[in-house]
Design a protein around this ligand. Structure first.
Ligand code: FAD
Length: 395
């Protein structure tokens, strides 16, 4: 997830971005723009975020497993085994996981086995394993790491179903239809997970702040070294509430333009734990294993395996179509009273229960597999947030 993707998800892209990309407004943007100034719900009091670098408790980096063609979901024969590949979800792995797992499960069920091995214990492996288990199969997960050590645990944790999903060039009608199926199924599943202990999934408001008017264009292809991604959100944008423009004087922010968005947030610590507990309660087993080459998989007892190794598929299967896209987040000590997100300039803030996520994008992330945290980057983001908090009008 990057601020640019997020603004698209919320329909809060700046006029400038749209002009740069030369893109027309989307149906979603039209819906947002249709909101009149009077058409907004009054703001509740917004608790200040204690933005200080010494409150940063974690800085993590992960590489999005991006494929220009979109995720690979297909079966392949490997000696006496069938391997169902299920990897390459870019910046939308959490968001699409349930729908994507359903497509992978179809391939598994076609092999007519009673037992399946799932390789990988991230967002994709866990959801695939759970759906296979619910379909009546005996499932074992084999993985080098499990949460909180997997890359999935270092994600931002928001609904971002078309973030770096595929390039515009690869958005064929079939690919788009497949994405829409996944996104709708995932969205539906997530609504069944609201209100659970630990709040694994929640709906949260946030505020996009700007010094220039919003216009809702999609703002991709902005010359930061990344390809032009497919803009798929308009297909499903009616699923969640439209953004609301908040008039000057009705908000405490020190900027002229404010747009409220509403989005799903994944509290990744409790959510991952819930997935693992559900899987183990259903009789599933997780075994720590590392595979160096495809032939290693032949030693497993199950005849059908699902390859949910994410970025790991690049090394394990020599698949160079998986491109790393680096992303870093910092987490501030949680503040339960902070229940809103923010986006301003390159700054992006998510009010997760397991820490307030503070994120900025950095140039050169595309193709960059360097997972070394850059403290200065997160510190600068926190300082920027602190400056914003200092200028907020207090009731
Ligand atoms: C900064 C950042 C923010 C993001 N924010 C969001 C967001 O807000 N919303 C969203 O939907 N998505 C987001 N994403 C994308 C999301 O994190 C990924 O799409 C998702 O994590 C991919 O999950 P995965 O299960 O395929 O991979 P992983 O989490 O990497 O899991 C792979 C599993 O395979 C195992 N494995 C790999 N290789 C081997 C091997 N050789 N032998 C044994 N085991 C192996 C690993 O140990 C692990 O268990 C973000 C990504 C980044 C980098």
């Amino acid at each position: 997830m990057q601020r640019r993707d997020f603004l698209r998800t919320t329909g809060a892209t700046l006029a400038l971005g749209a002009m740069a990309s030369g893109c027309a407004s989307t149906p979603r943007a039209v819906a947002s723009a249709a909101a009149s100034a009077a058409d907004y719900d009054p703001l509740p009091p917004l608790a200040p975020i204690r933005a200080r670098p010494d409150r940063l408790i974690a800085i993590t980096v992960c590489t999005r497993p991006f494929r220009a063609q979109g995720p690979r979901i297909e079966a392949e024969k490997l000696g006496r085994k069938t391997v169902v590949h299920h990897y390459g979800h870019g910046g939308s792995g959490w968001s699409l996981s349930w729908g994507s797992a359903r497509l992978a499960l179809r391939e598994v069920l076609a092999t007519q086995v009673a037992e399946v091995g799932v390789i990988g214990c991230g967002a994709i492996g866990l959801t695939t394993a759970l759906l296979a288990q619910r379909a009546g199969l005996k499932v074992t997960i084999y993985a080098r790491e499990r949460p909180p050590e997997v890359r999935s645990s270092r994600a931002t944790g928001v609904w971002s179903p078309d973030s770096r999903y595929c390039t515009a060039e690869h958005a064929t009608p079939d690919a788009v239809a497949r994405w829409e199926t996944m996104a709708r199924e995932s969205f539906r599943t997530y609504q069944t997970m609201l209100g659970l202990p630990g709040d694994p999934v929640e709906w949260r408001d946030g505020y996009a702040l700007a010094d220039e008017p919003f216009n809702g264009g999609h703002g991709e292809g902005d010359g930061d070294g990344e390809p032009v991604y497919a803009n798929l959100l308009p297909l499903i944008r009616s699923l969640w509430p439209r953004s609301q423009d908040i008039p000057a004087g009705a908000h405490p922010f020190p900027v002229p333009y404010v747009r409220r968005y509403t989005t799903m947030v994944y509290n990744l610590s409790s959510y991952s734990r819930l997935l693992i507990e559900d899987f183990e309660r259903g009789g599933g087993r997780i075994e720590t294993r590392e595979f160096e080459r495809p032939a290693d998989l032949e030693k497993l007892p199950e005849k059908t395996l699902v390859n949910c190794t994410g970025y790991g598929a690049r090394a394990l299967f020599g698949d160079d179509s998986v491109v790393p896209v680096r992303g870093q987040i910092g987490r501030l000590i949680p503040q339960p009273e902070v229940d809103y997100g923010l986006s301003y300039g390159s700054l992006f803030v998510v009010p997760r229960r397991d820490g307030i996520v503070v994120q900025t994008g950095a140039p050169g992330d595309y193709g960059n597999a360097d997972a070394t945290p850059n403290y200065a980057e997160s510190e600068a983001a926190v300082q920027q947030l602190a400056a914003l908090m200092a200028k907020m009008r207090r009731a």
